[in-house]
Design a protein around this ligand. Sequence first.
Ligand code: UDX
Length: 432
Amino acid sequence: MRIAIIGTGYVGLVAGTCFAESGHDVTCVDLDARKVEVLRRGEIPLYEPGLEELVRRNVAAQRLRFTEHLPEAVSPAQVVFIAVGTPQSERGDADLQHVLVAAEQIGRSLRHYTVIVNKSTVPVGTSDRVRSAVARTTDVAFDVVSNPEFLKEGAALDDFLKPDRVVIGTTSERARKLMGDLYAPFVRTENPILFMDPHSAELTKYAANAMLATRISFMNDMALLCERVGANVDLVRKGMGADRRIGYAFLYPGIGYGGSCFPKDVRALMSTAREAGLELDLLRAVESTNTRQKRCLLGKALKLYGSLADHTFAVWGLAFKPKTDDMREAPSVELIEGLLGKGARVQCHDPVASPVARQYFGDRVAYAPTCYEAAEGADGIFLVTEWNEFRRPDLKRLRALMRRPIIFDGRNVLDPRLARSEGFTYIGIGRD
Ligand code: UDX
């Protein structure tokens, strides 16, 4: 099949590359000429394990191309994916201008029946708006399909190639058949394609992300309660997760969820509900718990040290989660700004996100090449992102490097007993 993908962000690039990998002829479009140039060389403008290799392989095999010219990609295609950004608008809802501009441009380039697939995360009803925008600019027959993407950064290839499910929203039999063929290589009986109407498909994506965010905020509330009543959230989590109706996934307390999806999607879902005359109190609480949680390590530090002025702190991990350099809505940003605001010095280390962090903090923090150098002369370490290299640090070496042996473990990945036996003050989340 000939496929065009509009937008080479996370979703567009991963989808395009994986479709090319399964043998299709894919052209990815991006307005940013520099980005297209970089991609043509087989380099990728983001950090995602395994993706660069797959891009290179498919570019070399001439199954994957990049262009700035949308008509060149769309006119010959049978399927066109819209995978452009839907940033949060000032009102908290999703800003659809990129989606709708793409839809009009696609309409102008259609030469024969084409399935136009919306992969961007968009509010309920966007498929109708895309259909109208395309119809305004063409007389050629087409169908619009909603096909939300559920991939996680850091595990994007696996999630795309072996999805739990594929959701396809369409009422057209012709589009349904084509989408079924396209995704057939990636699905199995236990990982089905779920066909539904477009509105349900659009809502599924938001509902799934909001549910996961709810689990996290719930566990962060439980962690706080554990601290107050002297319980251990690790044990509570295991006891809960063993119930098959609950399961273990996404029950880890921490210092709040971040990233490009959960915070934005929770707000956008509340905004969709508000437009429909509903106030979703639960989601409002999910968000306010998350805001509180992002501040919790700073609060614990203020309690312990009194003043933070003239203190030096190591921050381990800047990305919003491991295996990515993405810092959008990362808890590290809130923590570091808080520390700097209280007059502390910050020495940070992240295996991949330091170049991105420079855009946030410039020279206001020091960037250490290793976690040990970040800890030199420090009055405490904040472990913010659970990269594997932070899980079993050499505590003796750390202790010798630091001014005061104190660790704030924002992800509960260290062994508190071991840390204490090496002379550290250990402060975790919801456990002693
Ligand atoms: C998420 C969804 O998982 C994915 O399906 C969707 O397509 C996009 O949004 P992503 O944002 O890449 O993916 O990251 P994810 O791994 O889901 O983590 C989100 C945030 O939740 C991170 O900040 C992470 O640290 C936090 N988290 C996750 C917890 O605090 N506790 C957990 O138990 C799990």
